[in-house]
Design a protein around this ligand. Structure first.
Ligand SMILES: NC(=O)c1ccc[n+]([C@@H]2O[C@H](COP(=O)([O-])OP(=O)(O)OC[C@H]3O[C@@H](n4cnc5c(N)ncnc54)[C@H](O)[C@@H]3O)[C@@H](O)[C@H]2O)c1
Length: 406
């Protein structure tokens, strides 16, 4: 890290702040997530605000080094944002001792190889989920990072969404009483691309290219459920490919070999039962694209990406089943919104800031490759359950031994 003492003096004339620049290789910045969420809304926004503050008062400022396959596209992004360093040669980037962090938001199928290489080169690792396309590979990465003593982190952005922050506040303050169940609805209509271009990349719909909603979304649901409600213990899942034919970025018809929907029932160790519907073949009839309804003895809540509404026990209406008469209850108006308290920043940026602080202070990061492996495990178990039609238990994973952080 390059340390610079800033000309910032306190009243006694002593310098009280220094700035350290840390170079971060970002691989996959031409993609949707890599560009918008990680480069623009996280790394560049953090650089713009002057970095993050470490415990000793140092400002740690990330300096991006863009990595990608297509020189024209990577260079164009670098120019657009005034970024000095970019490359199409991952080997030379990883060989550069000045670069301390490797970040990966490539397509899922390219991740394991690149992370393995970056860990071997001694880089600290931050990566999009899923960390790999199977549990063995995900555990291998966690073990390799632990043996190398590198700090490692996996994107778990949903934990930092404003709606989830409100839901967590309700749980912490005991709003629900005893929590009974969770209903998670995620999804929207992804156009098949025939007449209207699809709004998501086509690889997501091809199993051979690392696609599939189970592998994509179950990792999110694992950390979200465990953070809010505790460990998961068993699941039953049913995958489906409702739309077997789609059209790609070049208007070419292709077979959609991956699952576009996954219906799962997850049991938690606490006795809470969660039903999780994830689908790219569903039209939205909700306030937000992701919603979790939580029902408890003392009240219920529906949390989305930004909003969260509640219905306490004392104001719960009494529905009576009678299809012969119009229902006097207007159910959706009987909920009140949880107010905003404080400013909640971009979820990806919030987690990046925390990761950078951990690297700057040489501390292991909680949301690490082992946590990432748990997400891949739930996806793999859902695939197994769907294939054999059985309920499956979720075995505990063995945490690898960590070497001291370098
Ligand atoms: N955290 C989240 O909420 C979230 C949301 C969407 C996607 N993701 C994850 O982020 C990763 C990237 O997803 P995306 O939607 O940005 O994808 P994308 O298709 O928009 O971008 C993929 C990137 O990978 C690069 N790439 C490297 N090797 C490639 C290859 N062989 N084929 C095609 N592209 C290749 C592309 O150049 C591009 O930069 C995926 O692993 C996905 O699971 C996470």
């Amino acid at each position: 890290m390059l340390r610079v003492d800033l000309a910032d003096h306190n009243h006694e004339g002593e310098s009280n702040m220094s700035q350290t620049v840390i170079k971060v290789a970002l691989n996959g910045v031409t993609g949707r997530m890599g560009y918008r969420q990680h480069l623009v809304r996280s790394i560049l926004a953090i650089r713009e605000q002057g970095g993050v503050t470490l415990a000793d008062g140092t400002r740690l400022v990330p300096e991006p080094v863009l990595v990608g396959r297509n020189a024209d596209r990577v260079e164009a992004i670098a120019k657009r944002h005034g970024i000095e360093h970019w490359s199409t040669d991952l080997d030379s980037v990883l060989a550069d001792p000045e670069i301390e962090i490797y970040f990966d938001s490539q397509v899922t199928s390219a991740r394991e190889t690149a992370l393995t290489q970056a860990i071997a080169a001694g880089k600290h690792i931050y990566t999009e989920k899923p960390t790999a396309d199977g549990l063995d590979a995900a555990l291998g990465l966690a073990q390799a990072a632990a043996s190398a003593g590198v700090i490692n982190g996996v994107v778990q952005d949903k934990l930092f969404l404003p709606g989830i922050v409100k839901l967590r506040r309700l749980i912490k303050t005991g709003f629900f009483g005893r929590i009974l169940s969770v209903r998670l609805e995620f999804g929207y209509w992804v156009f098949d691309g025939e007449h209207i271009p699809a709004q998501r990349p086509s690889w997501n719909y091809r199993a051979q290219d690392g696609g599939g909603i189970t592998l994509d979304m179950l990792p999110h649901w694992r950390y979200l459920l465990e953070d809010l409600f505790g460990p998961v213990s068993a699941l039953y899942a049913r995958q489906a490919t409702h739309m077997p034919v789609r059209w790609d970025e070049n208007d070419k018809r292709y077979d959609a070999t991956a699952d576009d929907s996954c219906y799962a029932i997850v049991e938690l160790a606490s006795g809470v039962v969660a039903s999780l519907n994830s689908s790219w073949s569903v039209r939205v009839n909700r306030r937000e694209l992701l919603e979790l309804q939580v029902d408890g003895t003392n009240g219920s809540a529906v949390a989305g990406l930004r909003e969260c509404s509640v219905q306490p026990a004392a104001v719960t209406p009494m529905p009576v089943w009678n299809p012969d008469l119009p229902d006097a209850n207007h159910y959706l108006t009987q909920w009140s919104d949880v107010p905003e308290i404080g400013v909640v920043d971009n979820a990806f940026k919030t987690q990046w800031e925390s990761f950078l602080v951990h690297v700057g202070e040489r501390r292991q990061f909680h949301w690490d490759l082992m946590e990432g492996a748990k997400g891949v495990q739930l996806a793999e178990l859902a695939q197994e359950s769907s294939a054999n039609g059985h309920r499956v238990l979720v075995p505990e994973l063995v945490v690898p031994e960590f070497e001291a952080v370098r």
